[in-house]
Design a protein around this ligand. Structure first.
Ligand SMILES: Nc1ncnc2c1ncn2[C@@H]1O[C@H](COP(=O)(O)OP(=O)(O)OP(=O)(O)O)[C@@H](O)[C@H]1O
Ligand SMILES: [Mg+2]
Length: 234
């Protein structure tokens, strides 16, 4: 059964720099469900990362309410926001977001250590997450020894090791060839079928075939097309 896990209600984000104001997100109301893979498409500067950062409890809205897993996070303290983020959100960013001096396994363990889980337990859980993305045989590799696609799969393992209900991905297939991009998209699709709300920001319209839902962003304004069946080959 799918349920609403993240919502923005009349949310806007305005950046002020001296006299200039940038409306990164115009007032928008959207809700996201578990078991759903949403693609957010839009040109550079249209507000995609801003929308993801609002849902990911990284920034506060200028107006409106952000509700994550039933909790209104709009007016909570930085500390509380960080704890909501740790318990509900997994982030996958564009390439190169692994910590370079740490091995693949240590990278995946890092959010668990932040949560106060013991090293032994964190290591066990992280090995399982690496197995899920078929990277267990590379667990002792440093990021620099991994290909772009492999790094991204380690990043997915790190995002899902805490078992968050929401997975936010910013350009997860950028600078990755189409075969590896397909593999990553199938892994993300699988996670949505298992019950996570998966949101993917991209410029790449080829990813639309994996989506249950597509949201377009243009100059900070959101719009949506009706549901389309998945067309990819398993
Ligand atoms: N911290 C900030 N301060 C001021 N302006 C910002 C800030 N962050 C983003 N912006 C502006 O808000 C708008 C939306 O930016 P955002 O990063 O959300 O776009 P994007 O769709 O993710 O673009 P890209 O595809 O290039 O990553 C842009 O005009 C950008 O310059
Ligand atoms: Mg961006």
């Amino acid at each position: 059964m799918s349920e609403v896990i993240a919502e923005i209600r009349k949310v806007s984000k305005i950046y002020k720099n001296g006299d200039t104001e940038t409306i990164a997100l115009a007032p928008s109301t959207l809700s996201f469900k578990t078991h759903e893979l949403t693609i957010i498409l839009g040109p550079s500067g249209s507000g995609k990362t801003t929308l993801l950062s609002l849902l990911g409890c990284v920034i506060y809205p200028s107006e409106g309410q952000v509700v994550i897993n039933g909790e209104d996070v709009t007016n909570v303290s930085q500390k509380k926001l960080a704890s909501i983020r740790l318990n509900n959100i997994g982030f996958v960013f564009q390439g190169f977001n692994l910590i370079e001096p740490l091995t693949a396994l240590e990278n995946v363990m890092s959010p668990l250590i932040l949560k106060g889980i013991s090293g032994k337990k964190a290591s066990e859980m992280s090995k399982k997450a690496l197995t899920q993305v078929e990277m267990e045989d590379r667990k002792n590799h440093l990021p620099k020894m991994l290909s772009g696609g492999q790094k991204q799969r380690v990043a997915i393992a790190r995002a899902l090791v805490t078992d968050p209900p929401i997975l936010l991905c910013d350009e997860p297939t950028a600078s990755i060839d189409s075969k590896n991009a397909h593999k990553i998209m199938l892994e993300l699709k699988e996670l949505s079928l298992l019950g996570k709300a998966v949101l993917i920001v991209t410029h790449d319209t080829r990813l639309c075939k994996y989506a249950d839902r597509i949201i377009y962003l243009s100059e900070g304004k959101t719009s949506e097309t009706p549901f389309k069946e998945n067309e990819y080959e398993l």
